[in-house]
Design a protein around this ligand. Structure first.
Ligand code: UTP
Length: 293
């Protein structure tokens, strides 16, 4: 039996430069899709995947994230006295989540952020979720990865095919399909990984998306490697190092992914999530149609 994954790490200490000026004084992770902050979508995905312990890596200017998952006595009291039961339940559900925090004092890269969570994770497998990758899926994307992990007991990365011209925004894998296990054509064994390659140097069109199931040896790799692309400690480089001593798998998840850390991706996600809402969808659709684009 492979050890159960009980903890999910949310690196949220980046500077969010693609979303300035909105992210000057508020964390990117708190930008809402309709009425829910990005990070809450990710946290709910972890919980729906069976993970109860949330670890958020924060930095300066990120206190709104801690406040969001904290109890708000005044607000709860007000909602109670006004008999707003549904809103009260919504607010309480958020503060009931078990969240721990660790600080990344300087934004030295995603790999560096993950390494900050080492003490809180301990010697056990863990998930990593980048909350600006929002994935709308019938089976939560992280759950899909966990199913692979539970079978192989090895790290698993979320993969997605992206057009060549966009590939240099991603970590990219060289991977071979794993045919067995019920003919799952979504499963790959990773041969190599490259962070943000030029289109002509990319080993494939399979990009790493922000969901990972990792084993604790990856911390050692992250500690060992030198800064890479952009002078940052890259998680992709850490995984490349870990690949020397253990297999790593990739899974082309089922679902729609939105890059909500990017303005256009954020707008697309906002429109599509709003259209799906029972309370807003119909009116919003009528409004969009009235624009006669
Ligand atoms: P991104 O590159 O998407 O986020 O990192 P960013 O750096 O905040 O945004 P831009 O590119 O400047 O607009 C992916 C994830 O890794 C986290 C980010 O918070 C985001 O969730 N991250 C990145 C850290 O926690 N620390 C870092 O040093 C870098």
């Amino acid at each position: 039996m492979n050890a159960k994954v009980r903890k999910a790490v949310f690196p949220a200490a980046g500077l969010g430069t693609r979303f300035l000026p909105a992210t000057k004084a508020q964390p990117k992770e708190m930008l809402p899709l309709v009425d829910k902050p990005l990070i809450q979508y990710g946290v709910e995905e972890a919980i729906h995947s069976g993970i109860q312990n949330i670890i958020i890596v924060t930095g300066r200017g990120k206190t709104a994230i801690e406040d969001h998952f904290d109890v708000s006595f005044e607000l709860e009291h007000l909602l109670e006295t006004r008999n707003k039961k549904d809103l009260l339940a919504t607010v309480r559900a958020v503060s009931d989540i078990n969240v721990s925090y660790v600080r990344q004092k300087e934004a030295l890269g995603l790999g560096h952020a993950v390494l900050r969570a080492r003490e809180l994770v301990g010697d056990e497998p863990f998930a990593v979720i980048l909350s600006d990758d929002v994935i709308d899926a019938e089976v939560p994307a992280l759950r899909q990865l966990l199913d692979v992990y539970e079978f192989y007991g090895a790290p698993v990365l979320a993969l997605m095919e992206v057009p060549r011209e966009n590939i240099s925004a991603y970590g990219v894998v060289d991977a071979e399909p794993v045919g067995h296990n019920g003919g799952r054509d979504r499963l790959y064994r990773i041969r190599n990984l490259v962070e943000k390659p030029k289109p002509q140097d990319a080993p494939s069109n399979l990009a790493i998306i922000g969901r990972y199931v990792l084993t604790p040896e990856v911390f050692h790799s992250l500690e060992t490697i030198e800064p890479g692309s952009g002078g940052e400690i890259q998680l992709t480089d850490g995984l490349k190092h870990a690949l020397r001593s253990r297999p790593i798998y990739g899974y082309r998840f089922e679902g729609t992914r939105y890059d909500a850390g990017d303005k256009l991706g954020f707008l697309k996600a906002t429109v599509e999530f709003a259209l799906k809402r029972h309370d807003l969808g119909e009116q919003f659709r009528a409004y969009l149609k009235s624009l006669q684009l």
